[in-house]
Design a protein around this ligand. Structure first.
Ligand SMILES: *Cc1c(COP(=O)(O)O)cnc(C)c1O
Ligand SMILES: [Zn+2]
Length: 554
């Protein structure tokens, strides 16, 4: 079988057959080329064939530049789960936020897609040795697949890559070369080394299999969203309104948007492509600067100032220009940046509220979404898929601060050690903690508030699901604070508030109203003087709520 793929030069339009050993256009020498397939033909058969396919990115093998439908090097990459981020959605007032969990890849980042497809193509092309530069995850992923393929790998890493990641690269038998300098300088050293020794050099976005591998994220998102929400109406599959990703060089979104376009060309997903939410770390955000100045090319950032080494590409080159063109001419979207501090806060929030621990580079995308929801760019009803690109490794100490655990010391000799343990654990018992009553008819809202309080402080929590139950609960338990919803059937929050005030025993208990309701002037007046604070649902993050509660309890 030979591959029926046309490689078209983006600069001169010259067309050639796919050959992994040909790294530039034979006509004009440009390295920017694109793979094209027989879309109508593949579109006719793909849907019917899918039922019998494996759960890995090879499910879509006819849209990849590899002959073997499931190459030997495969570790089951791709087919990562898609979850609804219910707590995050509730905090932001956007119920349709989904997380594409790329942490669950063989080496814990979405670079496995790129490594698997590229290494499989290199192996089929008879290539035995490979050079690449990396900020960490590319080197880890390629190391695993190169080991399986019997390809010798030279990985050039900046000395700023965390040592845990470097050791992992070395563990796979890769030749690690540490370069003291920026990532862009490291890339230059790797390129010189490769050309001197005439070794294949993986150029990321300019290497056909790399971009092609990223398309599979789009294919999976469409298929998974359709399984959850049903077809779009016009086509068998649907697309989200937004695709969010943190970006360093920008290969991910370039490949993903090509994937959505191919789905449209095959008639599987709507012609309207998702908008791209491309988020960079503020200390290294050349694309964002250029976008805000409406510039076609990005000025390099020569001295990145971010702790998030994974995203420290200072020279995005033509990838930025292509992404910008993509947004302006078809998909739409925005480039935005977030600070390291916002990122670490978000990383903590995602772990506490969704049970998902991601590496800072992945949290950048979520922090960007929070920012863009708050400034109105992302609308409440829109469907958003965030790529959670990689797993926590290592956990930055700054995320947690110092007081993240308790110690129980059992080394001290005691007659009855279990008594020592119980005594120590008694300090952790809950009767001394502030008592908070949550009154809300919506179980998800109660769960969210309970989770916010319990993950950040020590509280004894009571819950009531309607007004009558609330009055009874509050007068028996006498909490230190009431968190009150307004819209409840039968006895609403206003009535609960009045009843508590009219009873001498409960009249002084502070009340915080947490509501989704847009209040009228008359309603605001009614609350005035009777409550301590009004929080709008969908417009506060976990830290905001807990900070307010904490200060009211002082
Ligand atoms: C590589 C990487 C990114 C950035 O991806 P690009 O699309 O190549 O810019 C984001 N997050 C993680 C975890 C990564 O490894
Ligand atoms: Zn050309």
């Amino acid at each position: 079988m030979t591959l029926n793929i046309t490689i078209k030069c983006i600069d001169c339009g010259h067309e050639a057959k796919f050959d992994i050993n040909e790294t530039a256009c034979p006509n004009c020498g440009s390295q920017w080329r694109e793979a094209l397939y027989d879309y109508p033909k593949i579109g006719n058969t793909l849907l019917n064939d899918l039922d019998n396919r494996t759960d890995s990115l090879w499910r879509y093998h006819e849209l990849l530049p590899v002959e073997n439908p499931i190459p030997d090097v495969s570790l089951g990459e791709g087919a990562t789960p898609l979850y609804r981020a219910a707590s995050l959605g509730m905090m932001l007032g956007c119920p349709n936020i989904y997380i594409k969990d790329e942490r669950q890849s063989p080496t814990s980042s979405f670079k496995d897609r790129q490594a698997a497809v590229t290494v499989a193509a290199l192996k089929e092309g008879g290539i035995k040795e490979l050079v690449l530069a990396s900020t960490g995850n590319v080197a880890i992923a390629y190391s695993a697949y190169a080991a399986r393929a019997g390809i010798k790998l030279w990985a050039f890493l900046t000395s700023r890559v965390p040592s845990e990641k470097m050791r992992e690269v070395a563990l796979y038998g890769t030749q690690v070369i540490k370069v003291t300098g920026s990532y862009d300088q490291t890339k230059k050293v790797a390129a010189d080394f490769a050309s001197q020794r005439n070794i294949f050099h993986d150029l990321g976005a300019k290497n056909i299999p790399c971009i092609e591998s990223m398309k599979t994220i789009a294919f999976e998102i469409s298929e998974q969203l359709t399984n959850r929400l049903g077809a779009s109406g016009e086509t068998p599959w649907r697309s989200p309104d937004w695709y969010f990703q943190s970006v360093s060089g920008g290969m991910g979104p370039l490949g993903v948007i090509k994937g959505f376009r191919e789905l449209a060309q095959m008639g599987l997903a709507p012609a309207k492509l998702p908008k791209l939410g491309i988020i960079q770390a503020a200390g290294c955000a050349p694309m964002v600067h250029a976008w805000k100045q409406n510039a076609e090319t990005a000025e390099p950032v020569t001295n990145p100032r971010t702790m998030i080494e994974t995203l420290a590409t200072g020279t995005p080159g033509r990838t930025y220009t292509r992404l910008r063109q993509e947004m302006l001419e078809s998909s739409g979207g925005i480039f935005e940046s977030v600070t390291d501090e916002e990122t670490f806060r978000t990383m903590h929030l995602l772990a506490k509220m969704e049970g998902i621990s991601v590496e800072p580079a992945a949290a950048v995308a979520v922090a960007g979404l929070i920012k863009l929801v708050r400034n109105g760019i992302v609308k409440p009803e829109e469907t958003v898929v965030i790529n959670c690109t990689g797993h926590t490794m290592p956990i930055e100490p700054v995320v947690l601060g110092d007081s993240w655990g308790r110690s129980v010391d059992l080394s001290v000799e005691e007659e009855r050690p279990e008594e020592g343990l119980l005594a120590a654990l008694n300090h952790i018992s809950c009767d001394r903690y502030p008592r908070v009553a949550i009154v809300d008819d919506n179980a998800d809202a109660r769960r969210l508030i309970r989770r916010i309080l319990q993950s950040q402080g020590e509280y004894t929590i009571f819950e009531a699901q309607d007004g009558k139950e609330a009055i009874k609960l509050i007068s028996t338990e006498m909490p230190d604070l009431v968190l009150l919803d307004l819209m409840m059937p039968e006895m609403d929050g206003f009535a609960v508030m009045d009843a508590l005030h009219n009873d001498k025993q409960t009249a002084d208990i502070p009340i915080v109203v947490v509501t989704a309701k847009e209040l009228t002037a008359a309603e605001k007046k009614r609350l005035n003087g009777h409550i301590q604070l009004l929080l709008q649902k969908g417009n506060f993050l976990s830290d905001d709520l807990e900070n307010e509660v904490r200060s009211l309890l002082k």
